[in-house]
Design a protein around this ligand. Structure first.
Ligand SMILES: Cc1ncc(C[n+]2csc(CCOP(=O)(O)OP(=O)(O)O)c2C)c(N)n1
Length: 584
């Protein structure tokens, strides 16, 4: 029986539902805020489709391409910076086209809630000549998924589906429909289309220009590019979440809402522009629509009054367009809180040792990036996933082996398997001598505990072979591989000193599961004021459960303390004592 009920869904949940209803058979992804939950919702349909965590976004995209070539609808999901990792297959599959519909869902993060940059996926997609759909609410999030697959098959183009943090994490009403059970497309060998060597790629380049032109023509008629004619004094071209702000701030204005943001519907835009007195283009981040529209000789107002940074809001548009003072009070801002590692986080223990040894670290991306801030202050660099090891290598090649004797590279287990492993191969291959710490907390912590190739579990919840990270390091030629409990600070200190002395690549794997994973009873520690010498050693790693009493002695907040024991390890005077096992 058809499901016709209406439900409230998060944007990411609606995207997953759209994929299910569209008959998707394969989805591959690497976690990244704000895209992660799409796969976590998709797995609830695992009786109908296959979904996986791949080790990185390039692999995920290639998996989806394979499934599309085999004739099924397939998708890959990632955050915006993941699309850079996937750029190589994305640019080439743009030439190849599809068999079963192929959609790459990319989540942008205007406002940098959880990212290292604010790049605009529409720019990357344009460069790769990939068409882009962009929904504005949960209902569209679901419907546009279905449309993306239909258009992908109709025009033989892989589609990019752009979402943003605000859409991914806000709720709206969605009307459920049945899953389309589509027959798989036949696979017909056609190397002119699928083997991208120069002679074929040249022909394909011509072909995709043709198809994109056809799509641009069709865009003028697509119902998702719609004009909402109203007062003609102000016209606005917009898309995605900013459409909501436009409707709220300028209820009288005429609006051209674009559901497809690449290629643009030129005829529709020219017609709309001719009907309004003043034309604004409201788009978060880069002036992607604006620059194209200007290049057609149409006068518009855009980034000269709107910022290229962060998220927009209705108030911001009112102020910029109507020059109104803020008519609705901006929501009260929460007091600024510096980001810190969780109490009991094994990374804190590792950084305490590195800080004590006054080492610098070429860092990477994950919870452990927080080792950059006081009081740990160890991490000097964070650029992109997998970069720590190669950055350290570059320093050594520039300045010599002696120069990196007070440097290490630090990388998480998920990040190591994402792209760090290639950099480690490079170190071995090119006679490096650096020391790499793999901070193995048995999960992808930063994005909310996703499994990866070394955890022994798949996205679908099955048990699987867990990659043996020490064996992997040995296999690529690292002779010095040491494993140590992240909380065993004495041994860790000894290991780091010893490995730094060696003129060979060393890997130290600090092991201890992410504290938020453990459901075990927690040991409770108390601080005895009478034994406390107020030396401050236990406070050094900056554990949020430790505070100073007025007299300078220490208090341990047992509601926050996770019982990691780092403070006990650091106290030379026996002032911190394990009293009993408590419940978590
Ligand atoms: C190319 C790319 N993909 C995904 C992300 C999102 N992301 C940030 S850190 C991270 C992995 C963190 O896991 P791990 O390396 O195990 O460190 P942990 O957070 O557990 O300490 C991910 C997936 C990103 N920043 N860049």
């Amino acid at each position: 029986m058809a499901e016709t009920n209406k439900v409230i869904m998060l944007g990411n949940e609606a995207i997953a539902r759209g994929a299910y209803e569209a008959g998707v058979k394969v989805s591959a992804a690497y976690p990244g805020t704000p895209s992660t939950e799409i796969s976590e919702y998709l797995v609830q349909y695992k009786d109908f489709l296959y979904c996986e965590w791949s080790p990185n976004e390039k692999v995920a995209t290639e998996v989806a391409v394979g499934a599309s070539l085999a004739g099924t609808r397939a998708m890959a999901c990632m955050k915006h910076v993941g699309f850079n990792v996937a750029a190589d297959p994305a640019y080439s599959v743009s030439y190849m086209g599809v068999n079963g519909g192929l959609v790459i869902v990319v989540a942008d993060d205007p406002g940098l809630y959880s990212s290292q940059n604010e790049q605009d996926t529409r720019m990357v997609a344009r460069a790769a000549q990939l068409p882009v759909l962009e929904p504005s609410d949960s209902s569209e999030a679901k419907e546009y998924m279905k449309m993306a697959f239909e258009l992908s098959e109709k025009f033989d183009r892989p589609f990019v589906y752009r979402t943003t943090t605000r859409l991914a994490h806000s709720q709206g009403i969605v009307e459920l429909a049945d899953r389309q059970e589509l027959p798989d497309k036949e696979y017909i060998k056609n190397i002119q289309k699928t083997v991208m060597m120069p002679v074929n790629a040249k022909m394909r380049h011509v072909e995709i220009e043709k198809r994109n032109n056809e799509l641009a023509q069709a865009a003028n008629e697509l119902p998702i590019n719609r004009v909402e004619m109203n007062d003609t004094k102000i016209g606005v071209i917009t898309s995605g979440i900013p459409y909501q702000y436009v409707k709220e701030a300028l209820p009288e204005a005429s609006v051209l809402k674009l559901g497809m943001v690449n290629p643009l519907p030129r005829k529709l835009i020219e017609e709309f522009a001719s009907k309004v007195e003043k034309l604004f283009i409201v788009e978060e981040l880069d002036p992607v629509i604006e620059e194209q529209v200007r290049s057609w000789g149409i006068q518009v107002i855009g980034k000269e009054i709107f910022t290229v940074q962060g998220e927009y809001s209705a108030n911001m548009l009112r102020t910029a367009i109507l020059k109104e003072e803020l008519s609705i009070a901006e929501p009260a801002k929460a007091p600024g809180r510096p980001p810190i590692l969780c109490p009991g986080c094994p990374h804190r223990s590792v950084y305490h040792v590195l800080n004590k040894l006054k080492l610098h670290a070429a860092g990477d991306i994950g919870c452990y990036t927080l080792g950059a801030v006081a009081p740990l202050s160890v991490v000097d660099t964070t650029m992109c996933m997998g970069s720590s090891i190669s950055t350290l290598h570059g320093m050594e090649k520039a300045k010599g082996t002696a120069y990196i004797k007070d440097w290490v590279a630090v990388i998480g287990d998920s990040t190591f398997l994402h792209t760090g492993v290639n950099s480690l191969m490079n170190m071995v291959y090119n006679h490096a001598t650096g020391t790499v710490l793999i901070l193995d907390n048995s999960t992808t912590g930063m994005t909310g505990h996703q499994d990866h190739a070394a955890t022994g579990k798949t996205l679908q919840g099955d048990s699987t072979y867990a990659i043996d990270i020490p064996a992997l390091c040995h296999a690529i030629g690292v002779k010095n591989v040491v494993e140590v409990n992240a909380f065993d600070i004495e041994t860790l200190e000894k290991n780091v000193k010893e490995e730094l002395k060696k003129d060979e690549v060393s890997v130290i794997i600090t092991k201890s599961p992410c504290v938020l994973l453990s459901k075990a009873k927690k040991p409770l520690y108390i601080a005895h004021a009478d034994k406390c010498k107020k030396c401050g050693m236990c406070m050094k790693p900056g554990c949020p459960a430790m505070t100073k009493n007025e007299d300078g002695t220490i208090h341990i907040d047992d509601t926050i303390c996770t019982g990691c024991g780092l403070c006990d390890n650091l106290c030379k005077f026996g002032a911190i004592e394990l009293v009993k096992e408590g419940d978590r």
